[in-house]
Design a protein around this ligand. Sequence first.
Ligand code: PBG
Length: 329
Amino acid sequence: MNLPIRPRRNRRSAAIRSLVRETILHPGDFVQPLFVQEGMQNDAIASMPGVTRWCEKDVISEVLALHEVGVPAVVLFPKIDDSLKTSDAAECHNTAGLIPRVIRAIKAACPDMCVITDIALDPYNADGHDGLVETQPDGSLIILNDETVDVLCQQALCHAAAGADIVSPSDMMDGRVAALRSALDAAGHTDVSILSYSAKYASAYYGPFRGALDSAPKAGDKKTYQMDYANAREAVREILLDEAEGADMVMVKPAGAYLDIIAAVRQHTTLPVAAYQVSGEYLMIESAAAAGWLDRKAIILESLTSIKRAGADIILTYYAKEAAQWLQK
Ligand code: PBG
């Protein structure tokens, strides 16, 4: 064939492929989600095989190990005892509570580790919703937006006072980014960043996570606040709103089935874009690999590279530590 243009020349050897590679994963891209609980022991999480729920003492050695392999940030999720769950979710802003204690311990042991906290009420709320709930006479539930935002501000102030670097609202209430920014600034926390879960979809991929924290809604679903997965333009609308309200970084969640959303968001904002490879994505890979159906390491690296290629600067993933170890070699 007379073919002057042969794209295969750029794939001819590992050396050439390395030169022309467009997307390169780096340990510095990753955020490791960490589950924490009260008490002195660590537990395996039944709904997320391979993931640990750490006690306060041992989460510190895990943070140091993450620092060692170059993971720059962790995001904390608490399992709260049922006895502390109330309909006003007041435990979420208890300065002596689990999360503020863990933040202080991490910052004392590993000051360079960026500590991100989740701002939402679900682990603390007796109803299991991200916002405050009002039950109507007919039994239906209303999620109270503005009242919830007040509590989220108290939660963020509690985390900031304990030393959190970034607060990350995952609740999807309207107006929370602006309210968090002004509450943080008024309290002198002008250096605390907001990573907003801007385009967070109502997704079945969160199932295993809710098992990890025992935080599933007791009644109803999250569809009046989390986004309809059929919608893409609405994600751009949410991102632009959060940017205008003062978000420092925005997030798309889940990641793997939402690469089109990541790419669209990337086109519409100059802010750093994060994407969360969530519990259901983790479990799909783990179960297929455990059955011997997929090459686990290859799938993990391909899935993470695809998320970055779509436009994510930051990837929250349960594989952060392991992938960072692989990438170091
Ligand atoms: C809580 C929250 C959820 C996740 C992160 N923060 C669950 C939910 O919204 O129901 C999901 C993370 C995952 O599935 O890995 N606001």
